[in-house]
Write a protein that binds this ligand. Structure first.
Ligand SMILES: [Zn+2]
Ligand SMILES: [Zn+2]
Length: 271
C-alpha cells in the first residue's frame, strides 16, 4: 500500500490527465455507439462546456497552488498527529477507503446545500442550465462553485488529516464519476443494477430534470447509498429518459459568457 501511495503522489499530474482524456474519448465513443437520448450537441456547446473545465483548473491553481494534494502533504508533515485519521490510526487501506467514503458523503451534502441556499444555487444553476447533457457537462461548473467546493474540501482534508495519495485517488475518482454520470450513453439493464451501489447516468440525469420534484433528488456523486439513506433517491423519472426536459426554464442561453455572468445579473429561479 505504501508503494501505491508513493506511485500516486509521484505521478499525480500524468495520472489525472490520462484518466480525464482517456475517459473523455471513451465516453464520446459510447455516446455515438449507444446514445441514451437523441440529441445534437454542437461543437460550440461542447467547447463551451470544456472551457469551464479549463477556467476552473486555472482558478483553482491560483487559489491554492499545488492543490489539495500539497495541502495534505504540508499538513501531515507539519502536524503528523492531527486529524481524524491520526486519531483513528487505521491500517492504510482502511484509511484510504474511510477518506473516500467520508469525502463522498461531504460532497453529497455540499450538493444539497447548493440547491437550498439562494446564493449557492445561482452558481450551481450554471451546471443545471445545460439542455443537452453529455460527457462535457461533467466539467461544466461555475468557477464560483468550484472555489467554494475547494474551500469545503480543503477544510475536510485538514479535519481528516487525509493522506495525500487518498486525496489524489478521490479527485481522480470524482472526475471519472462526473464524466461517467453525465455522458449520454445507455448502459441498458446494467444501469439499474449499478445504481444499487454507485451513481449512474440514468440516476444523475433525473437530477437534471426541469421538474423540481426530480432536481431535488439524486444528489450523490459516487456512492448512490447517500440518497437512499437521506431520503432523496428517485429511481424512475416521471417521463421516460429520452423525453425528460433538461436545463432550466429561465436559462434560454447557455453559452459560456452568458452562463458565467448570469449569477451576477438576473435572480436565478430555484430548483
Ligand atoms: Zn445539482
Ligand atoms: Zn450534473
Amino acid at each position: 500500500m505504501t508503494a501505491v501511495s508513493a506511485f500516486l503522489t509521484q505521478h499525480e499530474g500524468i495520472l489525472r490527465s490520462a484518466v480525464f482524456f482517456g475517459l473523455l474519448i471513451l465516453f464520446l465513443a459510447l455516446e455515438r455507439a449507444r446514445p441514451r437520448r437523441l440529441q445534437h450537441v454542437s461543437a460550440r456547446h461542447f467547447v463551451s462546456n470544456l472551457a469551464f473545465g479549463v477556467l476552473n483548473a486555472m482558478v483553482l491553481r491560483l487559489a491554492l497552488p499545488g492543490g489539495l494534494v500539497l495541502l495534505a502533504i504540508w499538513f501531515q508533515g507539519t502536524y503528523p498527529n492531527a486529524g481524524l485519521m491520526a486519531w483513528l490510526d487505521l491500517p492504510l487501506a482502511v484509511e484510504f477507503l474511510t477518506c473516500l467514503v467520508l469525502l463522498d458523503l461531504l460532497l453529497y451534502w455540499q450538493h444539497r446545500l447548493f440547491h437550498q441556499i439562494d446564493f449557492f444555487w445561482k452558481l450551481h444553476s450554471a451546471h443545471h442550465g445545460d439542455r443537452n447533457l453529455n460527457v462535457s457537462s461533467g466539467v461544466r461548473f461555475h468557477p464560483g462553485e468550484a472555489l467554494i467546493s475547494l474551500i469545503i474540501k480543503a477544510g475536510a482534508v485538514l479535519a481528516l488529516g487525509a493522506p495525500a495519495a487518498a486525496i489524489i485517488l478521490f479527485e481522480v475518482l470524482l472526475n471519472a464519476a462526473s464524466l461517467f454520470n453525465h455522458a449520454n450513453w445507455s448502459l441498458g439493464r446494467l444501469d439499474g443494477i449499478l445504481q444499487k451501489v454507485i451513481v449512474t447516468p440514468d440516476m444523475h440525469r433525473l437530477h437534471h430534470s426541469r421538474l423540481e420534484s426530480e432536481s431535488r433528488k439524486n444528489y450523490g456523486f459516487f456512492f448512490s447509498g447517500w440518497d437512499t439513506l437521506f431520503g432523496s433517491y428517485k429511481k424512475q423519472p416521471d417521463t421516460p429518459h429520452k423525453d425528460i426536459a433538461l436545463g432550466l426554464d429561465d436559462m434560454p442561453k447557455d453559452g459560456f459568457a452568458a452562463t458565467l455572468l448570469r449569477p451576477f445579473k438576473a435572480p436565478a429561479s430555484k430548483s
